[in-house]
Design a protein around this ligand. Structure first.
Ligand SMILES: Cc1cc2nc3c(=O)[nH]c(=O)nc-3n(C[C@H](O)[C@H](O)[C@H](O)COP(=O)(O)OP(=O)(O)OC[C@H]3O[C@@H](n4cnc5c(N)ncnc54)[C@H](O)[C@@H]3O)c2cc1C
Length: 389
């Protein structure tokens, strides 16, 4: 399909999914406008945890390859910005693992968003970001979404992208206005995530570790992040068993018996209070299965499918969705119901299997939850191999 230079797309949300969708759109429409309710000097993109911490993020080689395919040079940018190369070689849990080769990058999500945003704006002048703009509703003309309302004014668009995260706010407003709610499956996870940042000596070996106690419903990760810091995250399920004080957090980490994690929570100077995030349920929406599929509105990232954060595959899933959006845009006109149907079908296929396996949606009762992240990662890797063929 040839590029339609007269078209305008609006992306609502400057989290990783919104930024990558904007990159895909930049090749196919004349103007891409990103609306982000937060301000860049407060926070770039996705909201930090309740205590103002940015989640630590690990980007594995397949994820970096997908990102590089959309934004050549990005991995180098991330390294120069302070991302720490670590090895995640699948060694057994509870092992102290010094790492010495740049296989995976560890960093905060904020650094990912800053770096991706900078490269997007630098290389694609037809993309603009407006911070501090809250999009209130999707605008409907007949059955098609034709724009958004923001700050009391209407902004018309040939395509609207809902990248608002778990709440899928634009979709929710469209449903209130009579659009058919997409088929969705949700699974209760009742996960609680607590993160604390610790000082790391600049000369300390970069190590990453994961320790699990499936029976006790706990998993902890240690990641070296930019600024010579460690990020320690503890996931607990059910959520009500989460420790709520720094001392309780350290005690819970110690009982996992991982020497690297224990060394950090016991011996390193804390640099933050406890950050807090939750995931009550995970949901996969399938708009292409509705009787009247969505027209003019594309769902990306958590608004299409939420994955357990500790699986570490959300950025990869957002990258895959951006690939699917680019593929749909290369085959269908921007203003056509076929575009949104094709995108949702392909993006849904890309995330459905890992989501089903990761969430335990297939056999919720019998799956041990702690194995889910590994299954998600394996499934996504399989999917990427098949896409690469
Ligand atoms: C503790 C923790 C650890 C994690 N670790 C990893 C990891 O290792 N690897 C990984 O890949 N992922 C990780 N994640 C998951 C990752 O943070 C999210 O899944 C991912 O950011 C979702 O991206 P998104 O762009 O879909 O949504 P979000 O990041 O939620 O972004 C949505 C954006 O939309 C904006 N917005 C919402 N409504 C409006 C509106 N009405 N108008 C304008 N703007 C709006 C919000 O301000 C926000 O910036 C982790 C998450 C947590 C909590």
């Amino acid at each position: 399909m040839t590029t339609r230079h007269e078209n305008h797309a609006v992306v609502v949300g400057a989290g990783i999914a919104g930024l990558l969708a904007a990159r895909a759109l930049s090749d196919h429409v004349a103007h891409v406008t990103i609306l982000e309710r937060t301000r860049v000097d407060d926070a770039v993109g996705a909201a930090p945890t309740a205590a103002g911490l940015w989640p630590a993020c690990t980007l594995t080689p397949p994820t970096l390859a997908l990102l590089e395919a959309r934004m050549p040079g990005l991995a180098g940018d991330l390294l120069r910005a302070g991302a720490v190369p670590v090895a995640r070689d699948g060694a057994p849990s509870n092992a102290y693992r010094p790492v010495d080769h740049p296989a995976t990058l560890a960093l905060t999500e904020r650094l990912v968003l800053d770096t991706v945003r900078r490269r997007l704006l630098h290389d694609h002048p037809n993309v603009s970001v407006h911070d501090g703009v809250h999009a209130e509703r999707a605008l409907l003309t007949g059955r098609r979404i034709t724009g958004v309302s923001a700050a009391g004014a209407a902004m018309n668009a040939d395509l609207v992208v809902d990248a608002t995260g778990r709440g899928a706010q634009l979709l929710a407003s469209a449903i209130e206005d009579g659009v058919e709610a997409p088929t969705a499956t949700s699974v209760v996870l009742s996960m609680d995530y607590r993160t604390r940042i610790f000082a790391r000596s600049a000369t300390a070996v970069a190590m990453a570790s994961t320790a699990r106690d499936a029976r006790g419903g706990r998993v902890a990760t240690l990641a070296p992040i930019e600024g010579d810091r460690w990020a320690v995250t503890l996931g607990t399920w059910p959520a009500r068993t989460a420790p709520t004080t720094p001392a309780g957090f350290s005690a819970a980490i110690e009982t996992l018996g991982d020497p690297a994690l224990a060394m950090v929570v016991d011996g390193c100077e804390p640099r933050s209070s406890l950050g807090h995030a939750t995931l009550a349920r995970t949901r996969l929406r399938r708009p292409h299965l509705s009787t009247t599929p969505l027209d003019g509105l594309v769902l990306v990232g958590d608004s299409l499918c939420t994955l357990d954060p500790l699986a570490g595959v959300s950025v990869r899933s957002a990258s895959l969705q951006a690939h699917m959006l680019a593929a749909a845009l290369s085959q269908h006109a921007v203003v056509s119901p076929e575009l949104t149907a094709a995108y949702h079908r392909w993006a849904g296929a890309a995330v459905e299997r890992p989501w089903r396996e990761g969430s335990g949606a297939a056999t919720v009762a019998s799956r041990p939850r702690a194995q889910a992240p590994a299954r998600v990662a394996r499934s996504l890797a399989r999917l990427e191999r098949s896409l690469a063929r």
